[in-house]
Design a protein around this ligand. Structure first.
Ligand code: SF4
Length: 402
């Protein structure tokens, strides 16, 4: 029997609203937002970015997960993987009895028709959806509209004979799902991570070259039977929604220029396509942190979010260009006024740093990724208060207007 799929929630928004607020809301953060996004306690000033934390897609995905538990209290509810890349949120869901589908090859085969499976905000591959459908499970699809928009364009490229060049991380679930959309429509794709990889693609477009070397570099990032001499003749741009916006735009320009050089102006429209697929929430958070760094006298930046959260890592990248930046996974990483656990920008491992908080008056900029709830931001600010001489239990500090 085919799956029953819920795509617009389960009509229980009101029923779960209080529980969601209790799990993720922060009165302190709400107050600071009301007070011009700034907060002072003793020698500490915290400036919050104007946009941070849960994006609309994550908000919706978490809401649907709570609604699912409410709607099916006695059925097994599973997630295909992390619903979003935040350990705190995933632990919350586990504590509600929501299980995670294992990564074993037969994990889907072991599902039963009365299981309920939640698909994450960044979507699942076409193959996985077909497998789940074949099991006849009830599905709750939380795939974000902005991801669906990317998929629509990738399918459009495939229909028009264009290869999708996807700016993304080939290991990320969203990029894998997006790539699968191209293949499902009989199209092709190539994933580029950054400027350096894009320049290799541009070089091949302009002058051809060593096909084997090209494929060695991109073998795990290209569709089956990818042939660069054939599949780079007509291309369309797409991106993982959480990439650095400025980098996505630059990659688009580099590829467009390469196509122009190779084929000339008259051929460009036929051979190169690009639609705006940058998610507005990602863009807003990146713009807000740029404005914060530009407009406030920030001594150092704290960026809160899962280490495997792409959008959080990109916020940290922006901050790291101009300020000492500490990307922390959660407030517990703020060990003391002397010690912090954090992941340096561009690194893959968490490190411990001593002497991170300077003495005297200090202005800390704070932002968080699209999968980080406000209660974690609030808890981090409480710790900063303690480190800077405002003991636990002291009423929240007053706001400053700068
Ligand atoms: S970051 Fe953008 S695309 Fe991803 S879930 Fe949030 S709103 Fe949707």
């Amino acid at each position: 029997m085919p799956s029953l799929i819920f795509r617009k929630g389960l009509d229980l928004k009101q029923a779960v609203a209080d529980r969601l607020a209790a799990s993720y809301h922060s009165d302190l953060v709400a107050r600071i937002k009301n007070d011009d996004f700034a907060h002072r306690a003793g020698r500490l000033t915290v400036h919050l970015a104007r946009e941070f934390g849960f994006c609309y897609g994550v908000d919706r995905a978490v809401d649907y997960a709570y609604q699912t538990r409410e709607r099916f209290p006695s059925r097994r509810v599973l997630l295909t993987g992390e619903i979003i890349h935040n350990p705190h949120v995933n632990d919350q869901l586990r504590s509600m009895g929501i299980e995670f589908l294992g990564t074993e090859p037969d994990a889907i085969d072991r599902l039963h028709a009365d299981d309920v499976v939640i698909l994450p905000a960044f979507g699942v591959s076409v193959a996985m959806l077909q497998q789940l459908d074949a099991r006849g499970c009830t599905l709750v699809d939380t795939t974000c509209g902005s991801v669906l928009n990317v998929w629509k364009n990738v399918r459009r490229y495939a229909d028009g004979g264009h290869t999708s060049i996807i700016h993304g991380k080939v290991w990320h679930e969203e990029t894998q799902a997006t790539a699968s959309q191209a293949v499902a429509c009989g199209g092709r794709y190539l994933v580029v991570l950054d400027r350096e990889q894009t320049l290799m693609v541009c070089e091949f477009i302009r002058r051809g070259g060593d096909r084997d070397a090209f494929m060695r570099r991109f073998s795990s990032a290209a569709s089956p039977d990818f042939a660069p001499e054939r599949d780079l003749e007509r291309i369309g741009l797409a991106n993982q929604t959480t990439m650095l916006m400025s980098e996505s735009l630059e990659i688009g320009e580099l590829l467009k220029t390469a196509m122009l050089d190779r084929y000339g102006e008259s051929e460009l429209a036929h051979r190169f396509q690009a639609f705006d697929t940058i998610c507005s929430a990602t863009q807003d958070r990146q713009d807000a942190v740029v404005a914060l760094l530009r407009d406030k006298p920030i001594d150092l930046m704290l960026v809160i979010g899962g280490y495997n959260s792409s959008n959080t890592c990109n916020l940290a990248r922006i901050c790291g260009e101009s300020r000492p930046t500490f990307h922390i996974a959660d407030p517990d990483c703020l060990v003391s006024a002397d010690e912090i656990r954090y992941r340096p920008v561009g690194s893959k491992a968490e490190e411990t740093c001593r002497g991170w908080l300077p003495p005297g008056p200090v202005a800390i900029g704070l932002t968080s990724g699209a999968s980080t709830p406000d209660n974690l931001v609030g808890a981090a600010i409480v710790r900063l208060n303690e480190f800077c001489g405002t003991p636990k239990g002291t009423p929240p500090a007053s706001a400053v207007h700068s």
